[in-house]
Design a protein around this ligand. Structure first.
Ligand SMILES: [Zn+2]
Length: 233
């Protein structure tokens, strides 16, 4: 399969190599591509830093998620393929943890989505290098890593970064850059008061922060209707 260079119109087996030798033929990334890159980095994508430009690999057992990401990344994608079967995963885990009894049924097929090297990716080594939040990125992060707690009247949104590519501290600072309050409300001595997030990997937004998110990013988030609510009654 060949890919057509949008600048010179020639077809290439390995378009990444053509771009590597013809920097000015390489199309810049669209906002949609950049949003997807930002989200994948926050989600835990691996950045390959060898070579002239950085590229991204994202591993997941959720192939539908990777397909959706690949569609948005469009011509930045070089491959989306099965990296290891469930049986191979089980074998790998069994070798790593001899005391554990791992079966293929407990594992899932692992897929890898890879991008071509691109100069716009050079700014990144991991999710902590993401400095811009957009409505898409915020919406997706909530969808994948968010949960609501509290009551419908006084909800809070918890974003769990512990299994992602970004630290709670970085995400907290990013929100602050956009004027969005993080922290939580606590009860004590018959009073309700505000305390900053204490659990390192979990960024919590009080009702005020949720309202600010809605306003700043013009996104439709509704704790009372969200199916992923934990506690909201
Ligand atoms: Zn060209």
């Amino acid at each position: 399969m060949t890919t057509k260079c949008p600048t010179c119109g020639e077809e290439y087996e390995r378009i990444a190599q053509h771009y590597a030798f013809n920097e000015d033929h390489r199309p810049d990334l669209s906002e949609d591509q950049l949003d997807t890159v930002r989200f994948l980095l926050l989600d835990g994508a691996t950045v390959e830093t060898e070579g002239a430009h950085h590229s991204i690999t994202h591993y997941s057992t959720d192939v539908e998620f990777l397909k959706a990401a690949a569609a948005r990344l469009d011509d930045l994608v070089t491959s989306l393929r099965l990296e290891a079967t469930a049986a191979e995963q089980a074998e790998h885990l069994a070798a790593k943890y001899p005391d554990m009894d791992v079966t293929a049924e407990q594992c899932a097929d692992l897929y890898a989505l890879r991008t071509m090297p691109h100069p716009r990716l050079d700014a990144y080594e991991d999710g902590n290098d993401v400095t811009e939040l957009t409505p898409n990125v915020v919406t997706w992060f909530i969808e994948f890593h968010g949960a609501y707690h509290g009551s419908a009247i006084l909800p809070s949104l918890h974003l769990d970064t512990r299994d992602t590519g970004v630290s709670g501290d970085h995400l907290r600072r990013l929100f602050h850059d956009y004027g969005i309050q993080t922290g939580r409300l606590a009860e004590g001595d018959g009073e309700t008061f505000f305390v900053p997030s204490v659990r390192e990997g979990v960024v919590s937004l009080p009702k005020k922060g949720i309202d600010q998110l809605r306003e700043v990013f013009d996104i439709d988030i509704n704790p009372a209707e969200d199916q992923r609510n934990h506690v909201v009654a």
